[in-house]
Design a protein around this ligand. Sequence first.
Ligand code: ZN
Length: 311
Amino acid sequence: MAQYVFAVDLGGTTVKLGLFDPEGNVLDKWEIVTRKENGGELILPDIAESIKKKAEEKNIAKEEVLGVGIGVPGPVDSKGTIYKAANLGWGVFNVSEKLGELTGFSVKTGNDANVAALGEMWKGGGKGYSSIVAVTLGTGVGGGVIVEGKLIAGSTGAGGEIGHIHVEDNETIPCGCGNKGCLEQYTSATGITRLANERLAKDDKPSVLREGEVSAKTVFDAVKAGDELAIEVAEVFGMYLGKGLATVACVVNPEAFVIGGGVSKAGEVLFDYIEKNYKAFVFHGARDAKFCLATLGNDAGIFGAAKLVLE
Ligand code: ZN
């Protein structure tokens, strides 16, 4: 009997779905739109419908499905209860139970960033390790912590919220979470752009960044070209992230940090700025953690969701 796993990565605009075999090979991949109206009540029925349709199309019998794994954008505890997903209009309920009823399959649910971390450890940049911290540098900063193969979701699903570690006392602008001085405010794509714009406004120092639109990409392109001002910005970025990850290491002591998200497209140049600050601040016992790049890109979520079922 063949065996299959359905994997779901639920985002604010699209739902990515995947059909896997138990070895982690992707047999099919597709997307549906995330319909958020009426408090997001259509989202899980839409997903269930899409999974049932695919099973029918591929002639997959119910007994052949090991389960459904799903990553959702909000805090989720280890039993599958989500503690509000503002992005989707969802309140507090058990996603595993609800999607289980709708599909008839057993369902495992995790936070999207945590699930992506699991995917990177299984088939991506963290392959071969069993304790990693995945850091996603995108519009915000997400994180996923896996210790000895186990995802650390925490008591209310807030485990791994690396982006909201407090790193700056003198911040006046609030973070998306409402606090001030969060790591995300300096190391996300948005944060890097802001650091660069603030640096540019400070004086007239020449920089290629004065010639066009400033983004995390143009900053690191300029760093690679040797632009002094851009390098100053990268140093500030690296100071905050290196310090933040040194803090994480004191609690988690991972074998590796796996850096992903849009900013990570800049490549290993990031490590020049992160690692020296990490090493300067970290407790000596956690000093030798490796830094690697995530490799699965937007597919990390479905890989991790599949792995949730196979654990
Ligand atoms: Zn925050």
